[in-house]
Design a binder for this molecule. Structure first.
Ligand code: HEC
Length: 694
């Protein structure tokens, strides 16, 4: 026996050695460190979510020599908004409808592709879906992707072969997934979205990464008390709700921010807004409505509640806390604190002690008019009177787009600064004239319980900036203006460079200390994805997915001003290195819709107003507010399709363009189509008149 074992051992070692000659074992130990920077193995680089790379071959001294190493064009792609991963010289990324690719990181050669066939799986859920996905997760040789129709799919990272897939939502409900899965301790976790489309009750589920079997699930808000609570946390949360909230779902969906904190073996959730947004409907007697808009810490092994901190008690503005949660050791007067940093939509920058959820500091990083400040004694905001549209109407900063949206921030332990893609924009909240008591949750269409996206957003309604923020002093160190307003996430490197793309298609490198602009290149299309960096054979690369997309595009003229019209500009992966000499592939100039003039069409204002109500429910998400498309779908003001009832019907009701992502609305009647026609012509005419007046 002993002999046999001795003889076999070297053979086994040899076989293992051959199979994994250069393979990095991406496990918890690996992800807990920055490593040497060769790989970008997780969404936020490593479990800290800092998006800090220890590579410094490209640095402030030589970044001017950065040039294109290779480009991969991807015809047919639309919204490339995710963060690619780089492991052992291979890039992995998800694209439109979670289409997944593996590419040689040195040459751009396609190694394998995997199509999760989302449109076929989705059915009617196509109508509530974003086409975009924020990226895959990598763990011990597996790549796990999420699909917008609600699945997790595990692939063999070497071959792209599917290992398992599991449905994470009830497909009869209007939930969807756009977020990246996260991995820890042989599990993979995912949340979902749906707060605006359904009586949604948010939850996260952890699955065994080997088998796809459910390990645990945690609900964010309590269900109907009559059916009993899942756990003590829900029992506690239920005391902060009033009325019959469970009929409206409550919300809290975790659609983005999830961080695994290895030092406390806890999962930190950034939870979503209320379903519906309007608290007067959801919880008419008020209350904090736990665990909406919170950071919730769970035991990573069991999913049991540990602690929470709520950023917006009783939320009513869509101010979710779904933004990224970044871990760092911060120095507070001689003491090192294991902190988390969080810059949610509500405009405050929070530093929290991860050991117990204690708030250390919170300051405004942009214009905020819903609250004066956060009281550090109670940890609660001091609200400004009237902000809750108590009288039926209020203009409040920030807007539902947020002072910071999901585009991830980064943190450099070297400069001690956080780099935030910040937005300054007001939101107008109106529920005057709505019958709040009669309001019903939507089912597969948009209705947040407050008037929403019923007018075009003017192109100068908002400003944006890249903000370098000192999290300890809680103050701005420098900022650079950005085009309004949907700019990508940031990355920072040991080379003391901050990289960030822009809505206008520029990819820029800044000096991380001073904010000086050191290098830039035009990518030929609007950017929404955060860049990454990695190295192969000792050479450092910077990779950028080029693809305009996401919820910010529904803001009509605000998004359309950059000219990234539907279907016109290329989608690609660009990779840069020092001395790179590859020519930038061509791209057409910015393009703008030309609304059709149809003089014979007599617009009936009453029908148009009814058309607007239908449009806001079912079309605005993709075709844009005020019928001005930001690029997700064709601009209907210039489309000939709505001009005839037959043509309009073939696309909208019969599903003639289903395979290309235009959902089927079988329930829409001829009368409703007619109302939509009046609204579209009214908007087309208004834009023509405005253009003529200039
Ligand atoms: C989930 C996103 C989404 C929603 C919601 C949506 N559309 Fe579309 N729509 C698209 C996309 C994408 C296309 C382009 C498909 C293609 O490339 O052929 C499209 C195409 C169209 C076209 C054809 C335009 C042309 O000139 O080719 C019409 C008309 C249209 N949509 C009307 C509507 C109406 C009316 C609604 C609401 C009832 C609606 N859509 C809701 C995504 C959407």
């Amino acid at each position: 026996m002993q002999m046999f074992r001795l003889a076999l051992a070297p053979v086994l070692a040899l076989v293992a050695g051959l199979a994994s000659a250069a393979d990095t074992v991406v496990d918890d130990r690996y992800l807990a460190n920055h490593g040497d920077g060769a790989n970008w193995a997780a969404y936020g680089h490593d479990s800290s979510e800092q998006r800090y790379s220890p590579l410094d071959q490209i640095n402030t001294g030589n970044v001017k020599e950065l040039g294109l190493a290779w480009a991969l064009d991807m015809p047919g792609e639309r919204a490339l908004i995710g963060t690619p991963l780089a492991v052992d010289g291979v890039l992995y990324f998800t694209g439109t409808w979670s289409y997944t690719r593996a590419v040689d990181a040195k040459t751009g050669k396609l190694l394998w592709e995997y199509d999760p066939k989302v449109i076929e799986h989705a059915g009617d859920r196509l109508r509530i879906m974003w086409e975009s996905n924020k990226g895959p997760a990598y763990y011990k040789g597996k790549l796990v992707i999420s699909t917008v129709d609600g699945r997790l799919v595990a692939l063999d990272a070497k071959t792209g072969k599917m290992l398992w897939e599991t449905m994470t939502i009830d497909p009869r409900r209007a939930y969807y997934i756009t977020g990246a899965p996260k991995v820890f301790r042989d599990k993979v976790i995912i949340g979902n979205g749906g707060t605006e489309h359904e009586a949604a009750r948010g939850y996260v589920t952890a699955y065994d990464i080997e088998t796809g079997k459910q390990a645990w699930r945690f609900y964010i808000v309590p269900g109907n008390p009559a059916e009993g609570f899942e756990d003590k946390a829900m029992e506690m949360a239920a005391k902060t709700w009033t009325g019959e909230w469970w009929k409206y779902g409550g919300g809290g969906n975790v659609w983005n921010g999830i961080t695994y904190d290895p030092e406390f073996n806890q999962v930190l959730l950034g939870t979503g807004n209320g379903s519906p947004w309007n608290q007067k409907i959801r919880s008419p007697g008020g209350g904090d409505n736990l665990f909406l808009c919170s950071i919730v810490a769970l035991d990573a092994d069991t999913g049991a509640y540990k602690w929470h901190y709520q950023t917006v008690p009783g939320e009513t503005w869509d101010y979710n806390s779904s933004m990224d949660i970044v871990l760092a050791d911060l120095k507070y007067g001689g003491q090192t604190i294991k902190a988390l940093m969080h810059a949610p939509k509500n405009g405050f920058f929070y530093v929290i002690n991860r050991a117990n959820g204690e708030l250390l500091s919170a300051e405004k990083f942009g214009k905020v008019t819903w609250a004066e400040r956060i009281d550090l004694k109670t940890g609660r905001p001091v609200e400004i009177k009237g902000a809750r549209y108590d009288n039926g109407e209020a203009m409040v900063w920030p807007s539902p787009v947020g002072a910071h949206s999901w585009h991830p921030m980064s943190y450099s332990p070297q400069t001690g600064l956080v780099y935030i893609p910040a937005i300054e924009m007001a939101g107008v909240f109106v529920d005057k004239g709505m019958d709040l008591k009669a309001w019903k949750s939507p089912h597969f269409h948009v209705d947040p319980g407050v008037v929403f996206a019923t007018a075009d957003t003017p192109k100068d309604w908002s400003t944006a900036s890249l903000l370098a923020w000192d999290p300890v002093k809680q103050q701005k160190v420098w900022s650079q203006p950005l085009p309004p307003n949907w700019n990508p996430g940031t990355m920072v490197t040991k080379g003391n460079l901050v990289f960030q793309g822009r809505a206008d298609g520029e990819l820029v490198a800044y000096d991380a200390t001073s904010g000086a602009k050191l290098w830039s290149v035009n990518a030929g299309s609007g950017l929404t994805a955060a860049p990454i960096t990695y190295s192969v054979d000792g050479k450092q690369y910077v990779a950028q997915l080029v693809g305009w997309g996401g919820a910010g595009l529904l803001t009509g003229s605000l998004a359309a001003q950059h000219g990234w019209k539907y279907g016109v500009h290329p989608r690609r992966l660009l990779t840069f290195a020092l001395g790179g000499k590859a020519p930038m592939p061509p791209s057409p100039p910015p393009a703008f819709a030309k609304p059709l003039d149809v003089p014979d069409f007599k617009v009936d204002d009453k029908l148009a107003a009814e058309g607007l109500a239908l449009y806001a429910k079912s079309c605005v998400q993709c075709h844009g507010s005020g019928v001005v498309s930001g690029g997700t779908a064709p601009d209907l003001r210039e489309s000939p399709m709505p001009l005839t009832l037959a043509g309009f019907k073939s696309v909208v009701v019969d599903g003639g363009r289903l395979a290309r992502g235009m959902p089927k609305f079988a329930e829409i009647t001829d009368g409703e189509l007619e109302r939509l026609q009046h609204y579209i012509r009214q908007q087309a005419r208004a834009s023509l008149a405005a253009a003529a007046a200039h």
